[in-house]
Design a protein. Structure first.
Length: 324
């Protein structure tokens, strides 16, 4: 597994890795302007009408697809169906509730799973999503999917905007038997530039993490190395093992049923690619900065050294946690 290579310091050149997943963000418009989002909303859309080539390439890598970050448009439907027709092993869709039913029933039935973005109780969700009525759209989509026989996941972002009513939010999910996957708001530069306050000190980060450890069983996703630094005394006591499902992260299963997953950025640079609206594959976002083309010959000079340096930073934080 790739995570073993990360632990052993034997990642090698990330440009030579075969990606495990592709995150497809192939439309450049969105009807929301979420406060925690690090994407820009004024991007010009490049018309790509045939996604068969990209779908076949993803299939050849034996990678999964996460369609996320924007709306399910007609172009998105073409792409998703191309992936299904090509035989991509896992196709997962995340939507904000407004456009999920642009997918016909026969397409929905073939997805690996569906997630609906939901960031707290109605007032908090609408504030974080920057749109009145956004909660009702998302929640109605979840209930409709459940009535259709699906088991949608509530995909959430915990922030100072919604932490005050988080227990109330989790109780709603319990009452309706909706599983929860959550991450803490990023400290990415593009988020900070919007004036959004995150968990950017030890006290606030500890409060957020302890909030997530309590309550209902859930999946907690850790991405931010700054958060890991703050949380090291807590993380040191957790039973970390390699994640056997995806193979590119660390997993801690708690007695409560909550699972915590950490995926290192240095490993994601080889294990994950972003597919954009121009039909090209890009390296994952680093600290909110995007636009590094992943085609052979387009990697920037010193790229491998940059990944190596980040890996050293990550291991400097994680080695004491894991007792290495």
């Amino acid at each position: 597994m790739l995570v073993h290579r990360w632990l052993n310091g034997t990642l090698g050149d990330p440009a030579e890795m075969t990606p495990l997943r592709v995150v497809a963000t192939i439309v450049a418009v969105c009807n929301l302007s979420c406060r925690h989002c690090f994407w820009h909303h004024d991007l010009e859309e490049v018309p790509v009408t045939d996604w068969k080539k990209q779908a076949q390439l993803i299939k050849s890598w034996q990678a999964g697809v996460d369609y996320a970050g924007r709306m399910v448009t007609p172009k998105g439907l073409v792409f998703i169906n191309a992936c299904l027709k090509a035989g991509v092993k896992k196709v997962r869709v995340t939507d904000h509730g407004y456009t999920i039913f642009n997918l016909p029933a026969e397409t929905l039935a073939r997805l690996d799973h569906v997630s609906i973005s939901l960031d707290g109780v109605e007032e908090d969700h609408d504030r974080q999503r920057n749109k009145v009525g956004a909660f009702q759209k998302a929640w109605s989509a979840i209930l409709k999917l459940k009535n259709m026989g699906y088991d949608p996941i509530a995909s959430s972002c915990l922030s100072p905007m919604n932490i005050g009513h988080w227990a109330e939010f989790e109780q709603i999910l319990v009452d309706y038997d909706v599983p929860l996957s959550v991450a803490m708001i990023s400290t990415a530069e593009a988020v900070v530039e919007r004036g959004v306050v995150g968990f950017d000190d030890k006290a606030s980060c500890w409060r957020a993490f302890e909030t997530l450890l309590s309550g209902v069983p859930k999946i907690v996703n850790l991405y931010d190395l700054d958060h890991v630094r703050y949380l090291a005394p807590i993380l040191k006591d957790l039973p970390w093992v390699p994640d056997q499902v995806e193979g590119d992260g660390l997993l801690a299963k708690l007695p409560s049923g909550t699972e915590i997953i950490y995926r290192p950025q240095s490993l994601l640079w080889g294990a994950e690619l972003n597919l954009r609206w121009d039909g090209e594959f890009y390296l994952p976002t680093l600290n909110g900065k995007t636009g590094i083309n992943a085609r052979p010959g387009f990697l920037p000079a010193g790229y491998a050294e940059m990944v190596k340096n980040l890996h050293e930073q990550e291991m400097g934080v994680w080695s004491p946690i894991l007792g290495l």
